[in-house]
Ligand binder design. Structure first.
Ligand SMILES: CCCCCCCCCCCCC[C@H](O)CC(=O)SCCNC(=O)CCNC(=O)[C@H](O)C(C)(C)COP(=O)(O)OP(=O)(O)OC[C@H]1O[C@@H](n2cnc3c(N)ncnc32)[C@H](O)[C@@H]1OP(=O)(O)O
Ligand SMILES: NC(=O)c1ccc[n+]([C@@H]2O[C@H](COP(=O)([O-])OP(=O)(O)OC[C@H]3O[C@@H](n4cnc5c(N)ncnc54)[C@H](O)[C@@H]3O)[C@@H](O)[C@H]2O)c1
Length: 712
């Protein structure tokens, strides 16, 4: 008998499974059962949306179905095609045999949505593949390919072609064989000589990796229960831990992030362009201009996506340097991949060519410019590209903040100019901020989004303003961090608070890593510091607003961060990575305060957290009100994937909604009163409006934006 199930479990699917199993058991002519999915996909598990109303969640019925399958008196074989994830894999674990298509993937990704496998998976998987492999799958949520599943013993057979036929063949073969040895609930968990130490170390590891995130820790506890308790008791523990996670705010935040990352694919602009009507152009070849920090990673990313690349530098010396760096990155990437260097094929000049000759850019479909952050230089390059490149070519800039319209004005085809803002390291970071200018065509946006997908990145479409979304929100955050130093704090204290909150790296460590000189050059360009600053400008004021010259002063002392061996911290050597608090910096701060008559005060953790985060969130409300982003999800996806915002807190705007908008507003009002010369702390009008209308849920915020005068 064949039972078909759907992509993710609904009540109807579970009912059909139960009915099918009962019918098969009762029918003497049925000798074996095969369970498969519909349309070549086994199952993506329980319906994630349903977890917001757990009492009526169809998943409640899943564990009893898994038990029912396992207790069947007739052999049950799972035919796994596409994916078997979460509850899908748990169903397969209830089966007596598993056959997987060679291209199928399997995993227990519940941890990534703040849960643990709650349909008996934490108890069956360790019995099948042992504690170390099960723990790895359950705490990381990774999807493993069928070939690896076979090696682990997770599946019994791999089918190169027709999985269903292979599963039926196996079912026929095992008819009449004893089923008890195939029932995982009856098997003992394979022992390890050092189980206790292993589990203890695993706990320490997940706590370190997922700072502040509850699910990985509770996954370890559930697997520990499998190793220490009888099956039925282990199940009780699994259920208890599952409920605990389900009621945690973290699960809600992580599930929000899952859907937000999918929602941003459906982009739209205030002018009416959208994903549903715009057509992407094919990108069969690309060029990258500038092989510095960013260009190298971008080339690597394109080669990995199998897109032939022309890589261009300004002169032979820089070309040689850039080529060496790209080759090193590609070799490292090839080592990580199955099929290695041969699959990447980067030694073939038809796939990757290095040049200083712009003429070689004539035929490419897309160019990504990644030269210095200098408007005059970028305009010169785009003017050249406009003359050289073929008519349909898309011209992209990797600028971090500059005006896309101004760059486009140097070309005769502004409709094909677009910002593609990669994040460092560009071959690793998943975010691609895609910035359209006033003239960018819908097709150009669609092409950039398609490029993001091809590069395995998450593209987020945003409007044009200084710093776009990510960096624009980052400015007030970093500004508050520096003001806190002026007022009495230290870099390590500020970083610790934000790292405890869950950021991968605090603002001062981040600044040392990126290089303080980058921001310094940008501020010099804006006339905020350096020779173009008008004589007589007060040291701590610009345009009537508070300004901190501290980062400029550090640069004047040659302290650029890791690259010079000192910045906000001290490093073991130039290029060193280990940050230690620096007594020089502490003395420097004390002298600075004396010079400017600032009385240092003790600043508590709450103030550090609120001033940094609420200033960032406040800017987010301004961005939404101006129509620069089409929803709070966009801001959250950008922060989670580009700025190390802790995913289990759902992104800054989601976090604001959990803190409560009235509280965010009240705190901003309080801080703004104390610091009236800091516009970043002055509550944004859109935030005020949302509070005035009763703080609606985040999904409804955009309906309160007045669109009469979008800035775009
Ligand atoms: C207080 C009372 C307590 C009561 C207790 C309640 C008990 C409940 C019992 C629980 C039993 C637990 C069962 C189990 O352990 C839990 C689970 O199974 S959780 C789900 C685990 N599965 C996943 O996390 C898989 C998530 N999906 C993916 O990774 C990917 O979608 C994919 C399957 C790899 C496919 O990727 P793509 O091809 O890129 O496609 P998309 O990602 O774009 O997806 C297409 C479309 O489908 C939506 N979708 C996918 N999976 C799910 C899902 N599991 N639930 C809901 N929706 C899903 C996805 O969102 C896309 O739609 P769009 O958002 O674009 O509209
Ligand atoms: N570094 C980051 O973290 C980061 C992140 C996102 C975006 N960006 C942006 O990416 C761009 C590049 O930044 P970067 O950090 O890689 O800079 P970089 O200084 O490391 O590299 C710039 C490269 O451009 C080359 N170049 C300069 N003029 C050129 C010309 N006329 N023709 C060809 N090549 C030329 C230089 O030789 C150099 O190798 C900037 O716009 C920057 O704002 C940087």
């Amino acid at each position: 008998m064949v039972i078909e199930s759907l992509f993710y479990f609904s009540l109807a699917v579970l009912q059909a499974l139960e009915d099918g199993l009962k019918k098969a058991d009762a029918d003497p002519s049925v000798k074996a059962v095969m369970i498969c999915g519909e349309n070549g996909k086994f199952s993506a598990g329980a319906d994630i949306r349903g977890f917001s109303a757990p009492q009526s969640h169809p998943g409640i019925g899943l564990a009893p179905i898994v038990s029912l399958i396992e207790s069947s008196e007739k052999p049950v074989v799972a035919a796994i095609e596409g994916v078997a994830l979460g509850g899908g894999l748990e169903v397969a674990l209830g089966c007596h045999y598993r056959v997987a298509h060679v291209k199928a993937r399997m995993g227990l990704p519940e941890v990534t949505i703040g849960l643990l496998p709650g349909a008996e998976g934490t108890q069956r998987l360790p019995r099948l593949i042992g504690v170390p492999a099960a723990l790895d799958m359950i705490t990381t949520g990774k999807h493993i390919p069928a070939t690896e599943a076979l090696k682990l013993g997770l599946v019994d057979e791999i089918a190169e072609e027709n999985t269903i036929e292979a599963a039926i063949r196996l079912a026929n073969k095992v008819i009449g064989q004893p089923l008890a040895p195939r029932r995982l609930s009856l098997k003992p968990v394979p022992t390890l000589p050092n189980m206790e130490a292993f589990l203890r170390e695993a706990l320490v590891k997940v706590k370190k990796q997922a700072r502040g995130c509850l699910a990985p820790e509770l996954c370890v506890q559930a697997v520990r229960a499998a190793s220490e308790r009888p099956f039925a008791e282990g199940l009780r523990r699994e259920r208890e831990l599952f409920r605990l996670l389900l009621s945690s705010g973290q699960a809600r935040a992580l599930q929000y992030a899952f859907f937000a990352e999918r929602a941003v694919r459906r982009w739209a602009t205030p002018a009416g362009a959208s994903w549903s009507s715009a057509n992407a152009q094919p990108v069969r070849s690309a060029a990258v201009i500038g092989l510095g920090t960013m260009g190298r990673g971008i080339v690597t990313s394109l080669v990995k996506a199998n897109i032939p690349v022309v890589a261009l530098e300004q002169d032979l010396e820089n070309l040689k340097k850039g080529r060496k760096a790209v080759m090193l990155l590609l070799e490292r990437e090839a080592m990580k991949m199955e099929g290695g260097a041969q699959r990447l094929d980067f030694h073939n000049p038809a796939r990757l060519q290095f040049t200083v000759d712009f003429d070689l850019l004539r035929d490419v479909d897309l160019v990504i410019e990644a030269v210095f952050e200098n408007m005059a230089l970028k305009k010169e390059i785009f003017h050249k590209l406009s003359k050289i490149c073929k008519p349909g070519a898309l011209l992209c800039t990797n600028t971090s903040a500059l005006n896309i319209n101004e760059i486009a004005s140097a070309t005769s085809r502004p409709q094909q100019v677009i910002g593609t803002h990669f994040f460092s390291p560009a071959h690793v970071m998943r975010l691609l901020e895609i910035i359209y200018g006033s003239h960018t065509s819908p097709s150009a946006i669609a092409t950039a989004m398609q490029l993001a997908k091809a590069l395995n990145k998450i593209g987020v479409v945003v409007g044009n303003c200084f710093g776009f979304v990510g960096n624009r929100m980052m400015f007030p955050y970093v500004q508050q961090a520096v003001f806190l130093l002026e007022e009495g704090s230290r870099p390590e204290a500020v970083d610790e608070v934000l790292e405890d909150f869950g950021f991968k790296i605090g603002p001062f460590r981040m600044s040392d890593l990126a290089g303080l000189d980058v921001g310094w050059r940008s501020r010099q360009g804006q006339g905020l510091t350096g020779p173009s600053l008008p004589a007589g400008t007060p040291a701590r004021q610009r345009h009537g607003q508070r300004y901190s010259p501290l980062p400029d002063l550090l640069c004047e002392h040659g302290r650029f961060g890791q690259k010079t061996g000192h910045g906000w911290y001290l490093y073991e050597k130039a290029g060193g990575r280990t940050a230690t608090p620096d007594p020089w910096l502490h003395n420097f701060l004390a002298r600075y305060r004396d010079t400017h008559g600032i009385k240092a005060r003790a600043i508590d953790q709450e103030e550090i957290l609120e001033r940094c985060l609420f200033a960032l969130i406040n800017e987010g409300f301004a961005i939404l009100a101006e129509g620069i982003a089409s929803g709070p999800e966009h801001l959250d996806v950008i922060y989670i994937n580009g700025y190390g915002w802790p995913r289990h807190r759902g992104g800054p705007m989601f976090y604001a909604s959990t803190v409560g908008l009235p509280r965010v507003l009240a705190k901003l009002e309080q801080y703004s009163e104390v610091h009236p010369d800091v516009p970043g702390l002055r509550p944004n009008a859109f935030l005020r409006k949302l509070v005035a209308v009763g703080s609606p849920p985040l999904q409804e915020w955009m309906s309160y934006v007045s669109w009469q005068s979008p800035k775009l």
